[in-house]
Design a protein around this ligand. Structure first.
Ligand code: WTA
Length: 630
């Protein structure tokens, strides 16, 4: 790439960037991978540690249940820690952390390895075995990284629930995963306040059976309820001989489950996406290395939360697999002032910043001066994820934060893909708002309703045509739904749920979701979750939620509510409903606006036609209304 003339607003990488890049010629690599993508991934897998080599790279004998590196034995946590603790990286920083209250911690590969092994032994002592599910509900502290790695080490399957979710969301996820152990922090600092995670968990546990042990991590230190026989402090157990430094690791099959991560889909309640040790490891390792161009001296900051896929893949697994230093910050970007991020980049000399468009827009609003107070010359690369980035935010990020020398890696991917799918690499010419092209070894297309590829610049359904190592294996406990949701519209192809177009240079432009998923500040929520929270309120008979464009958040939630007979509409009730959704799902799910209505547009079969509501709000043509019930 780069030789041909490209059309539009192009940003070419500098000579310095290209000189340093792990991949200098993307086209060449893509061509090579296209000719033999199993071979391409096999070569990448060979860079990691396996107790036993695979006998097959891809097993597609039971599509769409693809298997990768079958016969191979490995452990992702072993590759994240033990491997480095035995090399020159032993004393290198694995994790660098700042609390919102200014506390600071730094852990070398040696110490993260040691603490994680102890943590793993604590879990073992609680009876956690290979294959058991463990729910993790914590703020952003080093312990969440240890908790995840400790599970992986002993072969347990972690299910991290984002600390911004609340009672019902946590309850549902605990129940669905049938976890017996919950790891929770007493609280988390956010915007100078304490989010009472243990208190929320206590309420969720009243609704859910099954949890036998709760392991509590002390962070905020306020008084909390500790149920005798069920709840135990991590720090107390870590001080006992049971937490000894037994460094045994569970040898895992490449296809053994690593984690479940719940995400919102087209219909119904959130579904558990299942990822495995082998393929996910190869995918996250390779994509981070190539796209964020990881070098030995780099300090990489992925500013997401570990409770989402971005944090799983690129705060925890990707950076540690690469032996890099991963930086994590606990709190809000604007606390106490809007320069907090820039201050930390300067203070720790961070080299790469990977965040979401909503955060960029949120910080942009405070003006350039907050950024310009700080020396950001350590930055080499920037990244964006979660939703399409508008060119205005892209340019601000590029000019004001990156000083026109840091290419922006706009990475398109999903919880289901586990790893970057459409993404540039530093040596690739960029167009603001486009993630450029699919990663080497990945083939993607844009199709019309009938499965025919659309013409250049026309909008259609985005699909993936080749299997990839970090791909979702199934929806935990629901193979049928996995097939139905992702593989049934166009047989043999993975349906992303996004619409996109491709320009004359082959660059992909993702437009947004075409299903009932709403991206609010980059967070993925389903209309069904918000609606069911509303309906669980005593005054509500029916509800519909839609996403409408919002300047900072990307989308904001609007809800339409039919009240039960006898309930009176009022402003107070609207506030109460918003709080109720916050309490049940989480603050991010609170509707921006609630409207009381007498009826909702529905199809004759009773499905709410959200696009009609949306069209009405936006003042546009609602399209085909033939299925609308009178
Ligand atoms: C959207 C987040 C445009 C998209 C990693 C996708 C993006 C959904 C981008 C997955 C991007 C993610 N440009 N849209 N760079 N990255 N999306 O599962 O709609 O939380 O389907 O994974 O986010 O959200 P998820």
């Amino acid at each position: 790439m780069g030789q041909n003339k490209l059309s539009g607003d192009i940003y070419y990488p500098s000579k310095e960037v290209i000189a340093k890049a792990n991949v200098k010629d993307w086209d060449e690599l893509s061509e090579k991978a296209k000719k033999d993508y199993p071979g391409f991934w096999e070569e990448r897998a060979s860079e990691l540690h396996w107790f036993q080599k695979w006998n097959k790279v891809i097993d597609d004998s039971n599509k769409p249940f693809y298997k990768w590196f079958t016969g191979g034995k490995t452990n992702i946590a072993y590759n994240c820690l033990d491997v480095h603790a035995k090399t020159h990286r032993r004393n290198k920083l694995a994790l660098l952390w700042e609390g919102e209250n200014g506390e600071f911690r730094a852990m070398s590969y040696y110490s993260l390895h040691r603490e994680t092994c102890k943590f793993a032994n604590v879990l073992r002592s609680m009876g956690v075995k290979k294959g058991d599910r463990v729910t993790i509900y914590m703020g952003r502290t080093p312990e969440i990284v240890m908790a995840m790695l400790a599970c992986a080490r002993i072969g347990a399957v972690h299910s991290v629930v984002y600390g911004g979710f609340s009672v019902e969301a946590l309850h549902e996820r605990i129940e669905d995963s049938q976890s017996k152990v919950l790891i929770v922090s007493d609280g988390a600092y956010q915007r100078g306040k304490i989010v009472p995670l243990k208190e929320i968990a206590d309420e969720a546990l009243k609704r859910a059976g099954g949890i036998e042990h709760v392991l509590v991590v002390k962070r905020t230190g306020q008084e909390i309820n500790m149920e005798v026989g069920r709840d135990m402090w991590l720090h107390e157990l870590m001080a006992l001989p049971i937490a000894n430094q037994d460094y045994t690791v569970e040898v895992m099959d490449a296809e053994d489950p690593l984690f479940l991560l719940y995400t919102s889909g087209t219909t119904g309640k959130p579904k558990a996406i299942l990822h495995t040790h082998g393929g996910y490891m190869v995918g996250t390792y390779t994509t981070l290395k190539y796209v964020f161009d990881i070098h030995e001296e780099d300090r990489f900051w992925c500013a997401a939360d570990p409770g989402w896929i971005t944090g799983h893949s690129y705060i925890v697994y990707g950076p540690l697999l690469n032996g890099a230093t991963s930086f994590m910050y606990e709190g809000a970007p604007t606390h106490p002032y809007p320069n907090r991020w820039w201050q930390m980049i300067e203070k720790y000399g961070l080299n790469i910043l990977y965040t979401a468009p909503t955060a960029i827009r949120g910080l942009m609003r405070f003006g350039d001066a907050w950024v310009n107070r700080h020396d950001l010359s350590s930055l080499r690369l920037l990244g964006s994820v979660g939703e399409p980035i508008n060119p205005e935010a892209w340019k601000w990020y590029y000019k004001v934060v990156g000083k026109e020398k840091c290419p922006i890696m706009d990475t398109w991917w999903q919880t289901e893909t586990g790893m970057f799918m459409i993404t540039p690499m530093p040596s690739v010419p960029l167009k603001p708002g486009s993630g450029t092209k699919p990663f080497p070894g990945i083939e993607m297309d844009i199709l019309d309703e009938n499965g025919t590829p659309v013409a250049d610049n026309e909008e259609g359904f985005l699909v993936i045509k080749t299997p990839w190592p970090a791909m979702i294996r199934t929806i935990y406990g629901d193979d049928d739904r996995y097939v139905e949701q992702y593989w049934s519209k166009y047989p043999g192809m993975y349906l992303t749920g996004d619409s996109a177009r491709r320009d004359e240079d082959g660059y992909f432009w993702v437009i947004g979701r075409v299903d009932d998923v709403i991206k609010v500040s980059g967070y993925r929520l389903g209309t069904a979750e918000i609606e069911s929270a509303l309906v669980s309120h005593v005054s509500v008979a029916e509800a519909a939620a839609i996403g409408l464009p919002h300047e900072i958040k990307g989308n904001a939630i609007y809800a339409y509510v039919i009240l039960k007979a006898g309930s009176q509409p009022s402003e107070e009730l609207k506030d109460e409903l918003r709080l109720h959704v916050g309490h049940e799902v989480g603050p991010i799910a609170k509707p921006e606006k609630i409207e009381f209505v007498e009826s909702l547009p529905k199809t004759r079969s009773g499905k709410i036609m959200r696009r009609v509501l949306k069209a009405k709000e936006l003042g546009v043509d609602p399209g085909n209304l033939s299925t609308l019930e009178e």
